[in-house]
Every structure is written in C-alpha cells, then in structure tokens.
Ligand binder design. Structure first.
Ligand code: GLP
Length: 236
C-alpha cells in the first residue's frame, strides 16, 4: 500500500486526478470504477478540466459505479446516477451508454446484482477503482458486518450512514434506508485501487482500516490485501 498524505483537498483532488488521467492515457479503452460522495467531486472537476484541455479523452472509456440508493430513479437529484451525470458525465466526451450505475429501481435486486457482476466480468474487470470511505469504514455501501460479501448485493444502511448522508437530503426521513452496492469481489479484482479521504474526522477510521486488523467490521480493511492500493489523505 502507498499511503500519501497531502496538505489540502485541492492537492488530494489533483493527485488522484493525475493517477486516473494516467490510466486513461495508457489504456484509452479502460474501465473506470467510480465513486460518489463529496470527496471525489474535486477529482471530477480536475478530470473535466483535463478533458476540456485535450489532455485526456473519454471517448473509449467505460465506467462502472459502486452503488445506488434503492428506490431512487435516475432523474431524482439525490440518486447516484444523477450525481455522476451532473458531476462528470455531462461535462466530458464519455459515451453515456458505456456508463453503468446499479439500477436502484430494479424489482429483483438479486438479479440486478448478478447482472452487474456479469457485466463487469464481461468488460474484463475494472482497471482502476476509485473509492471514498465512510466514517464507519464502509466502501461503496459495504457496511460493517460479520462477513465480507463478494457479490453486488442489497444492503440495509447503518444508522450512522443515514445520518452522515442526510446532509444531502431535505430531511433525514428522505434518506433511503437501503442501497445496492458492488461487493468486495469486483472491488478487490480491480487492477488498481485508489482511495481518497478528506478531513480530520476520517483520521480514526483510516488508522483502523489500514493499520489495524483486517475485519468485516471495518469493511475497508480488506483493501490491505490488495497489491496495488494507493490511499491519498488530506486532513484539512
Ligand atoms: C457514501 C457512498 C460512499 C462514500 C461515502 C463517503 O455513503 N456510498 O461511496 O465513500 O459516502 O462520502 P464522503 O466522501 O462524502 O465522505
């Protein structure tokens, strides 16, 4: 693992964007595993800038997102599909048909999960997976549990995640109580993993996840087993 500490959010965003841009340059038809949350927004801004300046070309890129809330349509401005369109896809020359986000409206979430994993496999796996980290150590929406789940699956969100994510909703009651998330299988099969974290409140969980024991109670700790992991952390 490479743990890089930087001075501020801008530096974290610029560094992470450089790594993703390098991936696109080296393999124009790469598969990017993308994440939502507030942390990656600056990375996406940098990538948009690089695309506008002709430094990177998204025309052959495919993307697969980590997760989606159950019950939110793609048009709902709190859905992760909406977030991705708004923060990245609408502003770069990516083919939207090659951008995938789990379907939070699927009737049969088990089938949706199996189809999502099959799609990732058919694409040849993920070249680089971008991750944030929740205060309870979740990655995607893999919440603390008694075991690691491999497949894309439905999860009940922890109270602490609902509280943390309520800042994006009009009221806490509007936060969906469940989600569909990529499991540890696809995440750990990614050729490279890039995890970004920002803020003093993330320090404790980063210590547990990357310098403590590997346990499903701290989902991100499984990343210690990944042989190409970069963590970029800015305390401020
Ligand atoms: C959500 C997402 C995660 C994200 C986490 C942290 O729960 N499902 O993928 O990493 O929030 O978000 P933030 O970056 O806003 O702290």
């Amino acid at each position: 693992m490479k743990f890089i500490k930087v001075n501020n959010y801008e530096e974290m965003s610029a560094k992470a964007a450089e790594i993703i841009a390098a991936q696109i340059t080296l393999k124009p038809n790469c598969v990017l595993g993308l994440a939502t949350g507030s942390t990656p927004v600056g990375i996406y801004k940098n990538l948009i800038e690089k695309n506008k300046n002709g430094v990177i070309d998204f025309s052959e890129v495919t993307s697969v997102n980590l997760d989606e809330y159950i019950g939110l349509t793609p048009e709902n401005d709190q859905s992760y599909r909406y977030f991705m369109n708004n923060n990245l896809f609408n502003h770069v020359n990516i083919n939207k048909e090659k951008t995938f986000v789990p379907n939070g409206m699927a009737q049969d979430t088990a089938k949706e999960g199996a189809d999502y994993d099959a799609r990732i496999k058919a694409l040849g796996g993920i070249d680089i997976q971008l991750l944030g980290i929740g205060l309870d150590g979740h990655i995607g929406f893999n919440e603390p549990d008694s075991c690691f789940t491999k497949e894309t699956h439905e999860v009940k969100l922890d109270e602490s995640t609902i509280v943390a994510n309520s800042r994006f909703f009009a009221s806490i009651d509007d936060v969906p109580k469940s989600a569909i998330t990529m499991g540890m299988g696809s995440i750990m099969s990614a050729k490279k993993v890039l995890l970004v974290a920002n803020g003093e409140n993330k320090r404790e969980i980063l210590e547990k996840a990357f310098f403590g024991p590997i346990t499903p109670e701290v989902p991100a700790s499984i990343l210690q087993l990944h042989n190409d992991l970069v963590v970029i952390y800015s305390e401020k």
